[in-house]
Design a protein around this ligand. Structure first.
Ligand code: GAR
Length: 209
């Protein structure tokens, strides 16, 4: 089974979904470590409950982004992950860091990219009058919230939705999409080739309930 490291900054519910998927011995990967740039991230406790090594590398302890990343790399160096999953990791990574894991690092973003990169995606989708919203798992490249798309799931925006109700509903789709996209990547059903996602088998849409 491939070795997975997950980077988080907060709640870690997507991390939890990945850990849960890996409990199936047939899943092609296992979570070897969780790392947070914030020591108070709730997800660290969750990971420890599952007996997964959970590291806080507090960004406040470092003078620069580069110095913080060096400490993150030290931890990852010992873990030797095949794949890195960003799951609500809310710190920009330097091009150097990204290049090191090119084709091996993926992220989940709460919008149908390339729409709504950045923050407040749910409120922005509503404000734009969108009727659908969704989430995207993509390879991480040097530009934030860009990079070849691996899989997406879409949900309807209902009348009366607020950013909160929409975020809650989308989160459930995220929890199904992320393990699904990760599995595709671990099995080689999708690979990053010349900066594009190359499929052996196309991802089916993962619909909302
Ligand atoms: C998720 O909705 C994820 O898509 C989003 O942060 C949330 C983390 O929740 N990520 C981004 O906005 C990245 N740009 P979680 O910690 O419970 O998984």
């Amino acid at each position: 089974r491939k070795r997975i490291a997950i980077l988080i900054s907060g709640r870690g519910s997507n991390m939890g979904a990945i850990i849960a998927a890996c409990m199936d011995p047939n899943f092609p990967g296992e979570v070897k470590a969780v790392l947070s740039n914030r020591p108070d991230a709730k997800g660290l406790e969750t990971a420890r409950r599952y007996d997964i090594a959970a590291h806080a590398v507090d960004q406040k302890d470092f003078a620069s982004r580069e110095a913080h990343e060096r400490a993150v790399l030290d931890v990852l160096g010992a873990v030797e992950p095949d794949v890195i999953c960003l799951a609500g990791y809310m710190r920009l990574l330097t091009p150097d860091f990204v290049r090191r894991f090119e084709g091996r690092m993926i992220n989940i973003h709460p919008s149908l990219l390339p729409l709504f990169p950045g923050l407040d995606t749910h409120a922005r989708a509503i404000a734009a009058g969108m009727r659908v919203h969704g989430c995207t798992v993509h390879y991480v490249t040097e530009r934030m919230d860009e990079g070849p798309i691996i899989a997406q799931a879409a949900i309807a925006i209902e009348p009366g939705d607020t950013a909160e109700t929409l975020a809650d509903r989308l989160l459930r789709a995220e929890h199904r999409l992320y393990p699904h996209a990760l599995k595709m990547m671990l099995t080689g059903d999708v690979r990053m080739v010349n900066g594009q996602a190359a499929y052996r088998r196309r991802a089916p849409l993962v619909p909302d309930d």
